[in-house]
Design a protein around this ligand. Structure first.
Ligand code: DGJ
Length: 749
């Protein structure tokens, strides 16, 4: 719900539990008056003074002088702080006009409020299921000297505590201009008594939680790799000092964009905190001819005073209902066996058919053929060649993909395939034919990625877009049974330059690349709406909202070591639900870490996400196979609640207690799945009470242990009230290092 109070000149955006208030104050300046728990009205907010607030002592009058200036952008909570007009903090917008200066002074002009949400083509966006789901406010601002205009766009959800922001910048002047910086959002919060939570990482160690106090000056995260990266993904939270999973204030910020991004906080002398999020201004200069406009990506803001756990649950709901393709909202994701860690490049039809047989016997739903199936002149036997040559490698698969889809069909399994269509290798037929199609700089030697040969295709070029769309289109036309695509991308955008873009648009490349990708994905989605897609970028390099709504899930990490996956999945769960996290049981001596962990731990960790397998079934003992069958059958019992339920994080692995535990509860609170893992064992180790959360205190729950590999816990088969489970908790011995338990809770009749 959005309203405008014409007397006080305030806009009030309400979600079920939050309010966001914007005021038009002296000199048509736009300021942020409030963002927090829902308030009944805006009375009093408009009276806030935006004159300098620091009182200074005058030796002449022997008085404190508190009223020195008129409105000062420098100490006001500016709604979209601009460059060069008296606001000395980092700006949201900076435009270089034809005179060469960068002064950008935007003043309020007018507004529109309407039901629904605008399209922000050509960018990915949060979608609505019906117009009544949200209202939108558009505020127009203009720089009277340069003729540039900006429209701030806010969409407030009626049933979720979500506000989406973006900005559209328009050159309404008669002369060209260049945008040097255009953030999606800018919020100035009063005070700086917050902690900043970000998730740093690297390949095989994605999304580690980091919590630090806000400090004066600049802090933040960013990516300049062309795609959002393993190091940082575009999300962050500001939380009150006392905030934990269940209580305290939490503000979440998430960018719907997979390219270069920046998130920063700036605390200045007046003790306010500016928060900015948007496209990274490095190597971003967008040229606007008269009449042209530039749309920023959307930033998704969440506020709650019910703790960090509630912030995550709000983001999870948004993912489920307004980001992933609608088809998956209630459906269960397939239990799949993927060939990568089971075979790497070394497979043939027989081996894959044997995987399918075993998958069927285990009760799985799908066989996925990973890297290594293609290449004619250059067969793909390692990472050094063939990307771009998307024809079947006849030596490995003499009967082609058809032979495999037929075999999968016979066994009642679906079939999925791996591609990396944005890339090529210098050793490939594609590169031989089209060397101009790769991202490159004139006169400089190309930096090559994986295998010393990998290169990125220039998606700013419509011809290349057509080719990449054709990769999927040809596969799907020839094999309509393909139900799943693992879409990989194993290189950052090196060699920044395009043979397609003109000289004055070279700085558009990073954005033009993502617009090109969006165009391809939109066409694929329109033509093949039932196709499930996984976004993979050497594991979790592309875990961000910008890959949605075309992808259903992420390959969470190339690190499949169950122990380390507990940390990685924990970090990802801050912003993404379990259903988005592909989590596969892998081989005994983990190939990334060299660690051996029990098969039960590997299954129990995979069961807390979208479970799958990368195990070579031929290497499993009969005992392992029997356990796998049991665990898979048990996963099916809890799959709906893991994939669609509400997440409650209980004991964080980052707290280093030696334990980690989490649970999922159905929206009706009649079904839950509980997981506990023993991360390490030390002498005289205290055992915490295994308290649960999210249950109905009045209901009685029957506890059943799943994925059993030994004796069940003493409470197995008994019933307890939700109040007992949440307040007292279950007391049982988890076992030694790397032991784990999975419990199913069902409300007793
Ligand atoms: C990187 C991915 O993360 C792996 O899962 C696998 O698909 C390889 N690429 C294949 O080359």
């Amino acid at each position: 719900m959005i309203s405008f109070d014409s007397k006080n000149k305030t806009f009030k955006l309400d979600t079920p539990n939050t309010s966001y208030v914007i005021g038009v104050v002296d000199f048509d300046q736009l300021v942020n008056l409030y963002y927090g728990d829902k308030i009944a009205d805006t009375e009093g907010l408009e009276a806030r003074s935006f004159r300098p607030r620091c009182a200074s002592f005058s030796p002449l009058t022997s008085e404190y002088n508190t009223d020195a200036h008129d409105f000062s952008p420098d100490c006001a909570p500016m709604e979209y702080g601009c460059n060069g007009c008296g606001d000395f903090r980092t700006s949201a917008l900076s435009i270089r006009n034809v005179d060469g200066n960068t002064v950008t002074d935007m003043r309020y002009e007018g507004y529109r409020i309407y039901a629904g949400k605008p399209s922000i083509d050509p960018l990915p966006a949060v979608y609505l299921n019906s117009e009544s789901e949200a209202d939108t406010l558009e505020i127009d601002m203009a720089d009277k000297v340069t003729g540039m205009r900006v429209t701030l766009i806010y969409t407030a959800f009626n049933s979720l505590d979500v506000i989406i922001r973006s900005a559209r910048i328009e050159n309404a002047s008669q002369r060209p201009a260049d945008i040097d910086r255009a953030m999606s959002m800018c919020v100035d919060l009063p005070g700086m008594d917050y902690d900043l939570i970000t998730l740093y990482g690297r390949h095989c160690k994605e999304r580690s939680e980091e919590r630090r106090p806000l400090a004066h000056g600049l802090q933040g995260i960013a990516s300049k790799r062309g795609v959002s990266s393993h190091c940082q993904n575009p999300f962050a939270a500001l939380v009150s000092k006392n905030a934990d999973e269940n209580s305290g204030e939490a503000y979440g910020f998430n960018l719907v964009y997979s390219g270069n991004f920046e998130f920063c906080t700036e605390c200045d002398y007046s003790g306010t905190s500016r928060i900015l999020m948007g496209i990274n201004p490095t190597d971003f200069t967008w040229h606007l001819e008269p009449g042209e406009s530039f749309q920023t990506p959307e930033a998704v803001m969440v506020h709650t005073s019910k703790g960090i756990g509630e912030m995550s649950r709000i983001y999870h709901k948004l993912y489920n209902f307004n980001l992933v393709p609608g088809k998956y909202r209630t459906e269960k994701r397939p239990l799949l066996i993927n060939s990568w860690e089971a075979a790497f490049f070394d497979f043939d039809t027989d081996k894959l058919v044997s995987f399918a047989e075993r998958a069927k016997e285990f009760g799985m739903d799908m066989l996925v053929m990973d890297d290594g199936w293609f290449g004619d002149k250059y067969p793909r036997n390692n990472g050094t060649s063939s990307l771009g040559d998307w024809v079947v490698c006849k030596e490995k698969l003499p009967e082609g993909i058809k032979g495999l889809t037929a075999s999968a069909r016979e066994k009642g399994l679906k079939f999925g395939i791996w591609i990396e269509p944005e890339m090529t290798n210098s050793k490939s037929e594609l590169f031989e034919k089209h060397p101009e199609w790769v991202i490159q700089q004139p006169h400089r030697e190309m930096h090559k990625g994986r295998g010393g040969t990998q290169l990125v295709l220039d998606l700013s070029n419509p011809e290349v877009q057509e080719f990449v769309f054709g990769v999927v289109d040809k596969l799907m036309t020839a094999h309509p049974e393909i139900a799943y695509i693992k879409w990989d991308a194993n290189m950052t955008l090196f060699n920044y330059g395009s043979t397609y873009l003109p000289r004055d648009k070279q700085s558009h490349l990073y954005i033009a690349y993502h617009r090109g990708l969006e165009n391809i994905l939109k066409r694929i989605h329109a033509k093949y709406p039932g196709l499930v897609m996984q976004a993979c970028a050497s594991g979790g390099g592309r875990i961000n909202y910008g890959m949605l709504p075309y992808y259903d899930e992420f390959w969470t990490s190339d690190n499949t070591d169950a122990l380390q996956r507990i940390f990685i999945q924990w970090g990802v769960s801050n912003f993404f639900p379990a259903v988005a996290m592909a989590s596969h049981v892998s081989v005994d001596t983990n190939y990334q870490t060299g660690r051996k962990t029990p098969l039960k731990l590997r299954f129990d960790v995979a069961m807390s996400g979208r479970m799958g397998m990368e195990l070579q079934p031929a290497h499993m003992t009969d005992e392992d196979k029997a356990f796998a069958r049991r665990a898979i059958a048990d996963y099916k019992l809890i799959r709906p609640v893991v994939q669609q339920g509400d997440l409650y994080r209980l004991i964080s692995p980052f707290d280093k207690t030696g334990y980690a535990s989490l649970m999922y509860v159905s929206p009706e609170k009649d079904h839950a799945a509980y997981f506990v893992y023993k991360l390490e064992q030390y002498h005289n180790m205290p055992r915490p009470a295994f308290r649960m959360a999210g249950l109905d205190p009045q209901k009685r729950y029957l506890v059943r242990e799943l994925s059993l590999d030994g004796k069940p816990i003493p409470q197995d088969g008994k019933t307890f009230t939700g109040a007992f489970l949440m307040e007292t908790g279950l007391d049982f011995e988890v076992g030694g290092e790397h032991a784990s338990h999975v419990l199913e809770l069902k409300a007793a009749e």
